[in-house]
Design a protein around this ligand. Sequence first.
Ligand SMILES: Nc1ncnc2c1ncn2[C@@H]1O[C@H](COP(=O)(O)OP(=O)(O)OP(=O)(O)O)[C@@H](O)[C@H]1O
Ligand SMILES: [Mg+2]
Length: 311
Amino acid sequence: MSEIVIKAEGLAKTYRIGFFRKKVVALRNSTFDVRQGEVFGLVGPNGAGKTTTIKILTGLVRPDKGQATLLGKPVGTPQGRRQLGYLPEGPYFHEYLNVKELLDLHGSLCGMGRAERDKRADELIERVGLTHALGRPLRKFSKGMLQRAGLACALIHDPRLIILDEPKTGLDPIGRAEISALIAELKQEGKSVFFASHILPDVERLCDRVAVMVKGRVVDVGPLDKLLDARVLSVEMVVEGLDPSLQAEFEAMGVSWSSISPERVLLEATDAKVGQQAAARVLSSGAALRELKERHESLEDLFLREVGENS
Ligand SMILES: Nc1ncnc2c1ncn2[C@@H]1O[C@H](COP(=O)(O)OP(=O)(O)OP(=O)(O)O)[C@@H](O)[C@H]1O
Ligand SMILES: [Mg+2]
């Protein structure tokens, strides 16, 4: 079993707001761990406690209960943080710096020598697609450009563990694809990546394991193929040249019928067996089966199910 790089055990946090110190429970009992080399996704609805979890892991917020370690060291200690790269939600920078100066500053705060940080900054600026904006101060950056600068900052000291809070916020489709590629590359380099995201198809594609958080609790954690129901939820078929007089027969089998053009019909069966029967009937009628797709549970289905059950 590989080394555990993040360990969160029974984390709880209640914020107090306003003059009357009204309680807001952000985390109730959050437990999970992340292993070396994993890409781990934290998903949950707005206000579920993802950012609070990340702030505890990065030492910005102290938990009321529970404990957490980063690379075997208690969170909030310099040893725990040295190998950590962190992209906060909505990063905020010294706005008069340009991106090169920003990276230089962060590199020197991490104890890197001048030549090393110069080389690394140039590589990262290229890697996050900001070369064209080298001469521009950060206050003139767009939201997506700031996000890219934040990501470069998180990576300047070549950390072993990278924690990203909504890394794709504000990015256009090209930027989002680039971040996915970057996360995949970091994994290839043997780094561990922990990120919170609302973009479920990305989490599905990129993550080795996922934790679903609802109302301050981790309600599900594991590899997606273990979490998702493997059963076929529905079967969709696009059929050409199907005799309209067969509609009642298909509907009696439990198959829905929708015309998509004068020649084409979309048939949808709610389980695999009915799907097979319908496909056989299509072929025996002499019509052509143009597409057949089985739909399995997606992370989005699981997410909606967990949120529904836990609210
Ligand atoms: N500094 C704070 N003071 C008071 N309450 C807070 C503070 N930060 C977060 N909260 C509350 O804690 C709860 C969890 O917030 P958190 O930011 O951790 O959620 P999240 O899962 O990151 O949500 P989102 O998807 O919107 O980013 C929310 O009810 C929020 O209002
Ligand atoms: Mg958040």
